[in-house]
Design a protein around this ligand. Sequence first.
Ligand code: GRF
Length: 191
Amino acid sequence: MKHIAIFASGTGSNARKIVDYFRDNEHVKVNLIISNNANAPVLEMAKDNGIDTFIINRDYFYDSTQILSELNTFAIDFIALAGFLWLIPTYLVNAYNQAIVNIHPALLPKYGGKGMYGMNVHKAVYEAKEKETGITIHFVNEKYDEGAIIFQATCSISSEDTPKEIAKKVLQLEHQYFSKVIDDILMTTNK
Ligand code: GRF
């Protein structure tokens, strides 16, 4: 059995999709949700699904390596970032080599980096009059949005689409693909 931890600090719609996808899976289990926001709606979802949660603050995350023991307690093999905005510290990247993935709501390497999250991304795409956008699922390293790209999917943008509509199309792609890509990685690697 492989165990996943999801790091999420917002609504958690992707986290919910991942939890639903693996609910009856015999080989993969989501057994921990970690958040830096004690009020994040994703925690409610975790509770409803009987998944343990853990709240972190900056000191804990950056000035100690205690989270490794926590992850160890839950036998975590793989980490999915789904709306988690903090940079992952080097000790964690090294401990989970090629076993941390993030989903980004644009076609990296465009529209990535610090500050490029949520509506900031979609507004930038809109302002650049892009004809298409999409999602990128990538391995995580110590830099924002720079790890190796695993998967991308695109959607077209029409001249009438507002940033809000672009966001909707992109979120739909995220929901469609993120769990499946995680499943594929877990099937094809020994993570
Ligand atoms: C998604 O757009 C994802 O690409 C980004 O953060 C957002 C999280 O949304 N990393 P949700 O909390 O899963 O609804």
